[in-house]
Design a protein around this ligand. Structure first.
Ligand SMILES: Cc1ncc(COP(=O)(O)O)c(C=O)c1O
Length: 425
């Protein structure tokens, strides 16, 4: 039998150090919200492969749909020989689009690719170049999406130069001292100092920041952005790669605000573990790019499309939107109780819509100075306890919970017990 240590040593010799790992364990098998490593140790999974597994590891329906497609064929390239699961999935997502009026959907493979293509579509539709994003945002690791990402380390350092005409304004986080008014004033300054609104193609925002720290964009901000976009002919892009597919208790997180975006980027939990991403958008916008301008060899892989159709069925059948609220309330209640204890690390800023729950580790009880070192120790201790737990945040002091929405009650409680032990002072 191989060991985690032996595999880690081989990895260290074979793979560049830029690819980091949140745990030193090597996965052997997984089921719903549980994972076993190559040494047989069992973990409760609060990471879901970074928000990919809202329907859990290896959901039987998703696996059956993928297996059935795999028996037929695995690849034709949709631009060469198209297939029904692609079209059926586009139809389903057009029906779920978080805006009124006709929609169209096109598929890719990764979240970054969806964001890249949203930029291409927005530019084609407006004839403008500028894109505005937010500090703390994470939109991917390609050159364009790194440029859109609002965090230098480790995403930008060493990788420039980046494409021009990308601008950032501060994302409002109350306990970082940035209000919605501050963000809107910064946007106003940007329009005066760097790029006039008539040259802006799109404003891109995560309705709940993922890697940036699980901060929800206030509805007031989204409403103001919608109004500004309408006034200046700018497109509003909601990056739902991490927040989408039921995580927040709605199919798309922007639905909480009542704001209708023009373009939506999706990936991660869309296909329950198979690589698939997409852009859903208003018909007139989506039709702007010319034939041949969008696509990709692997874009909209048939196995992934079949899996995604099953994911959508599971979300509906198992009422996962409502379940996300129940799970999220349970996690938040438990973390609030832990925060009251005086024998645990100082934690606070417990937040998040539905089951997109985050909280922060501070240097002092009642304070707000981030403690990144303590946060690192918590995620390491969680692994020892048998819990896969991720941190995030511009100050690397936020803990995020991305447990499958299909998690059994007993496994969720077990995971929360482990979390409590990992947070011991
Ligand atoms: C909001 C958001 N957009 C885009 C991406 C990039 O997705 P991928 O890693 O699949 O390229 C991520 C990944 O974490 C994300 O959270």
């Amino acid at each position: 039998m191989t060991t985690n240590a032996a595999l880690l040593e081989r990895r260290t010799q074979a793979v560049p150090r830029a690819l980091t790992h949140a745990t030193a364990a090597y996965a052997a098998r997984a089921r719903n919200a549980e994972v076993w490593d190559v040494e047989g140790k069992r973990y409760v999974d609060f990471a879901g492969g970074i928000g990919v597994l809202n329907t859990g590891h290896c959901h039987p329906k998703v696996m059956a749909a993928a297996r059935e497609q795999m028996e037929r064929f695995t690849h034709t390239c949709v631009q060469v020989l198209a297939y029904e699961p692609y079209v059926a999935l586009a139809e389903r997502l057009n029906g779920l689009a978080p805006f009124t009026g006709a929609a169209r959907t096109i598929f890719f493979t990764t979240g970054a690719e969806a964001v890249e293509n949203a930029v291409k579509i927005a530019r084609a539709a407006t004839g403008r170049g500028g894109i505005i994003a937010f500090s703390g945002a994470f939109h991917g690791r390609t050159i364009m999406t790194s440029a859109l990402t609002g965090k230098t380390m480790p995403y930008k350092r060493l990788f420039g130069p980046f494409p021009p005409e990308i601008y950032h304004v501060p994302f409002p986080v109350a306990h970082h001292g940035v209000t919605v008014a501050d963000s809107l004033r910064a946007l106003e300054y940007l329009f005066r100092s760097d790029i006039e609104p008539g040259r802006v193609a799109a404003i891109m925002i995560e309705p709940v920041q993922g890697e940036g720290g699980f901060y929800e964009a206030p509805a007031e901000l989204l409403q103001e952005l919608r109004e500004i976009c309408d006034r200046h002919g700018i497109l509003l892009v909601s990056d739902e790669v991490q927040a989408g597919f039921g995580r927040t208790g709605k199919m798309f997180a922007i639905e909480h605000s009542g704001v209708e975006p023009d373009l939506v980027t999706v990936a991660k939990s869309l296909a329950g573990g198979f690589p698939l991403s997409g852009v859903i958008g208003r018909e007139a916008v989506m039709q702007a790019a010319e034939p041949g301008g969008l696509g990709g060899t692997y874009a909209g892989n048939p196995i992934a499309c079949a899996a995604a159709l099953a994911v959508l069925e599971v979300i509906a059948e198992e009422r996962l939107l409502a379940r996300a609220v129940v799970i999220g309330d349970r996690i938040k209640a438990r973390v609030r109780a832990i925060a009251q204890r005086n024998d645990t690390l100082p934690i606070g800023a417990i937040r998040g819509p539905g089951a997109m729950v985050g909280f922060e580790i501070f240097r002092e009880r009642g304070g707000s100075e981030p403690d990144a070192e303590a946060t690192k120790r918590v995620t390491a201790r969680a692994v020892e306890e048998g819990l896969i737990l991720l941190s995030c945040g511009v100050f690397q002091n936020a803990i995020r919970v991305l447990v499958p929405l299909t998690v059994e009650d007993s496994i969720l409680e077990e995971g929360l017990d482990k979390l409590e032990r990992a947070l011991a002072a």
